[in-house]
Design a protein around this ligand. Structure first.
Ligand code: GLC
Ligand code: GLC
Length: 833
């Protein structure tokens, strides 16, 4: 059954490869079920959603970390490996009579199984297979509020005869700092240390000096042996697919000194025909107080007093099951916050399950750790994390609040912001610095989303420092004021915002002028930056300015609000005058004052960002420019796989444009379908009342709707990828960089708040759907500010005019105000005509 994947040319991907799917959705269990292991790329899932995290592929590849994928990496992972995904949470089953051994997760031994199944669910993954009559599967998950992961291994003998089996576990420890771990070998080959006590393997590299944390790996069954030194287990000149200890059927009981500490248990299980056994493995992270690191205190032995009860608790199968049930319940309640029933199963599935789930991952990870983000490069991005809130804020508002305050604390006194910060230290990243001139406005967008969801106006009075400098604290509200001011202090020759290093498009580097290989396009600035302007930031400024005005009004600052609106109107006029190209919005002005994204350009004549964002901000809605811009998007940028970023693609490197022209045509920002900004156009279409177009664009990049072309799409069909190759690429339709993308939040926001039109607003839940004409209606349940709204939308005509009945009585307008105190359920009937 395991055919190798053939790929390379778009045509061959399509025609030579049947079946087109590698699994199916199980919506009832909220799982994606992968039924063959050789997916075109590793199809991954995240374990953990609070502090302890793991990435796991459909063949058990991946790694774990505590809070920060760079600074607290628990297990080692080698990116860009051969095969692509190799190394992870591997178990081996060995038949002690025949000596044959295999892995129930297919990798690393890649034996052809009689059946195989991987179920990726909400915070857990179960991978299993059957080989020579032995069924074995492992459920991996991270219990809520714990810093550990549980592997529940179940094995059944389906043979007619007894099975005498050995099971070996294996993980490879990372020496904590993943960057150092992958580079500093002269030191690291000598620092590794472990302890083994009662069959529990403790990884304690650097614990003797400045660390007060260690990892541990335990198993519920009595051990026949163990290994902690990689070479002793794997054997020199071998790899994970054929460890010498497994082949031999005997562990080396090795104690690692330096080199590469691993954890491996060996247990023997004798199973009668039909018999099933369960073994629990637990991998955990633990911290000790500085002054209680050792036990006895004057020894070098890890103090295990507080970790032992935790180990004992989770090695107990019943406790592990209970923890799993708690995790299921947690997700059930989170996903119950917004649940919809529309005529489109892809919409339902994404809104009710996977898109919301992905929003949790992007909230937690920002762009740091996936199979395409190594976890060592960047921390949390200022603009990224603010935008991620759009899809997350309803799930755990308290965490959104905390994130907003952390982000705001990395803002600079100028109103600008550190582009990124390290989640563990919460400090701005000096290597990247600031001067991405769109950044500050995203804080206004994030805060406004939080306020509309929660009505928690108190957040605006929270004292927040600038640049984390103690003593510089000012109310959060002042941070917003400075964000807005930042642009007014940085206007260019046309009165448009100066772009700085880049705006949302990190690759449009108009002041960079880099001719040196390896220079960072993002941080190299060779021009003064007094000329290049961004029409995109103008759109963002208009949007953020309107939100800020509404916030000011709410604070009783009517004059201030009017001031913001005056600036917004002024910017709107400037965009009309200098940002309109005749058929669409210009994208920018370069350092020579020439247009970017104009009919005057030889390449890159039209860009998506300024069309989507200007219209979603409301520019040109009244005079028809908005509709014209969107028609141009349809004509020049839309493809069957989504909307490309610009056209025509740059065929060569333009030093005055920067990284955007560094990519071959059709990839990434150079005319790829950069999925993040497709929902801007989707929202823009709803703003001009075109539900058909909005939904159609939504559907084209909806991963579930692309499941049937998995061989072309290649990434997971349950989550968005950052990019789909554009029409200029030979692999048009192929997705890349799945999981960590602003696409998740923006699509969730676009479908729930703009197409389905269930929109938290300052004073209540606004119901303003702009759905396709062909839909008769839909139903939704939305929990909002402690009240459950049961919403039915029915079409009575072709338009988007809304008439509302609340608890059986007609109301004026589109906003359902909060019910009287104590009332927790509200029935809303909306009629569209
Ligand atoms: C990446 C970055 C994001 C940026 C986008 C476009 O997704 O994380 O900040 O806006 O690329 O360049
Ligand atoms: C590169 C990528 C872009 C990303 C940026 C930040 O420029 O093309 O998508 O936003 O790196 O790391």
């Amino acid at each position: 059954m395991v055919t190798q994947v053939v790929w390379g040319r778009a045509a061959s991907i399509h025609s030579e490869h049947i079946p087109m799917q590698y699994g199916h959705f199980d919506d009832e269990n909220r799982e994606y079920v992968i039924t063959r292991p050789d997916t075109p790329l590793p199809w991954i899932n995240y374990l953990g959603c609070q502090a302890y995290f793991g990435i796991i592929s459909n063949t058990a590849g991946g790694y774990s970390f505590y809070r920060d994928a760079r600074l607290r990496r628990i297990t080692r992972y080698r990116y860009n490996n051969v095969p692509f995904d190799f190394g992870g949470r591997y178990l081996y089953v060995r038949d002690r009579e025949s000596g044959e051994f295999w892995s129930p997760s297919w990798q690393p031994t890649r034996h052809e199984p009689e059946s195989y199944q991987c179920r990726h669910g909400m915070g857990y993954t179960t991978i299993g297979s059957r080989y020579k009559g032995i069924e074995a599967s492992t459920r991996y998950f991270v219990p809520l509020d714990e810093t550990l992961e549980v592997w529940q291994f179940t094995v059944t003998n389906r043979r007619a005869t007894p099975a005498l089996l050995s099971v070996f576990s294996s993980i490879e420890f990372c020496l904590w700092d993943a960057q150092d771990d992958a580079t500093n070998f002269q030191r690291n080959f000598s620092t590794g240390q472990v302890e083994v006590e009662d069959g529990v393997i403790y990884h304690k590299t650097e614990y003797r000096e400045r660390r007060d944390h260690f990892a541990w790996f335990a198993c519920s069954a009595p051990l026949a042996g163990f290994d902690t030194q990689r070479d002793a287990f794997v054997g020199p000149y071998r790899s994970w697919d054929k460890p010498v200890a497994v082949e031999r059927g005997e562990s080396g009981n090795s104690i690692a000194h330096g080199w590469a500490p691993i954890g491996s248990h060996h247990l023997k299980l004798d199973l009668a025909p039909g018999e099933t056994r369960q073994v629990v493995f637990v991998l955990g992270y633990h911290e000790n107080p500085r002054d209680q690191k050792f036990d006895p205190p004057d020894s070098q032995t890890v103090n295990k007093r507080t970790v032992k009860p935790v180990i004992a608790e989770y090695l107990n199968a019943a406790n592990a099951d209970a923890a799993f049930t708690r995790l299921r319940d947690y997700w059930e309640s989170i996903l119950g916050i917004c649940a919809v029933e529309t005529p489109c199963e892809h919409t339902n599935r994404m809104v009710n399950i996977w898109n919301a789930y992905q929003c949790m991952a992007t909230f937690n990870m920002s762009r740091s750790a996936s199979f395409y983000e190594s976890g060592i490069g960047r921390g949390l991005g200022f603009r990224d994390s603010n935008q991620d809130l759009l899809g997350f804020v309803q799930m755990v508002p308290a965490r959104a609040r905390e994130r907003i305050l952390d982000l705001a604390a990395t803002q600079l006194a100028t109103g600008g912001a550190y582009h990124q910060y390290q989640p563990l230290t919460k400090r701005g990243n000096n290597d990247i610095g600031g001067n991405f001139n769109d950044d500050p406005h995203w804080l206004i967008i994030g805060v406004s989303a939080y306020l509309k969801e929660t009505g928690d106006w108190s957040i605006l009075d929270e004292p927040v420092p600038y640049d984390n400098e103690p003593g510089s604290e000012q109310p959060l509200y002042e941070h917003l004021q400075r964000s807005f001011r930042y642009t007014l202090d940085r206007l260019g020759p046309h009165g448009l915002p100066l772009i700085g290093r880049a705006d949302w498009n990190d690759c449009l580097n108009l002041n960079c002028f880099s001719d040196t290989p390896g220079q960072s396009f993002q941080t190299t600035t060779n021009k003064e930056g007094k000329t290049a302007e961004s029409v995109f930031i103008a759109g963002l400024f208009v949007l953020a300015g309107r939100e800020l005005a509404a916030i000011a009004r709410h604070r009783g600052l009517a004059d201030e609000a009017a001031g913001y609106l005056a600036e917004v109107e002024k910017m709107d006029r400037v965009v009309h005058e200098h940002g309109w190209d005749g058929e669409w919005f210009v994208r920018a002005y370069d350092d020579f004052g020439r247009k970017v994204g104009s009919n005057e350009c030889a390449e890159g004549k039209i860009f998506i960002e300024s069309q989507g964002f200007c219209v979603l901000a409301g520019i040109g809605l009244e005079d028809g420019l908005a509709s014209k811009a969107l028609a141009s998007v349809g004509k020049h940028l839309a493809t069957e796989h989504g909307i490309v970023l610009q056209q025509p693609a740059y065929s060569r490197y333009y030093i005055e444009l920067g990284e955007i022209s560094s990519y071959p045509p059709g990839y990434k920002e150079n005319a790829g379908i950069f999925c993040h900004n497709n929902p801007w156009v989707i929202i823009a279409e709803t703003r001009v009342g075109n539900g058909d177009a909005a939904y159609e664009y939504y559907r084209r990049i909806n991963p579930s709707a692309r499941e049937a072309i998995s061989d072309l799409h290649r990434c997971e069909p349950y989550v968005y990828a950052q990019m789909i190759a554009g029409k200029d690429a030979p692999t048009h339709g192929e997705a890349k960089n799945s999981w960590l993308t602003g696409t998740a939040a923006w699509n969730y926001y676009a479908i729930t708040q703009w197409i389905l039109g269930i929109q938290p607003s300052w004073d209540g839940l606004r119901i303003a759907p702009v759905i396709p004409r062909g839909w008769k209606g839909f139903k939704a349940t939305r929990k909002y500010r402690g009240v459950t709204y049961r919403i039915t939308v029915a079409r009575a005509g072709d338009g988007n005019k809304v008439s509302l009945m609340v608890n059986g009585k007609p109301i004026e307008g589109e906003v359902v105000a909060a019910p009287a105190a104590g009332q927790t359920e509200v029935v809303v009937e909306a009629r569209l005509s």
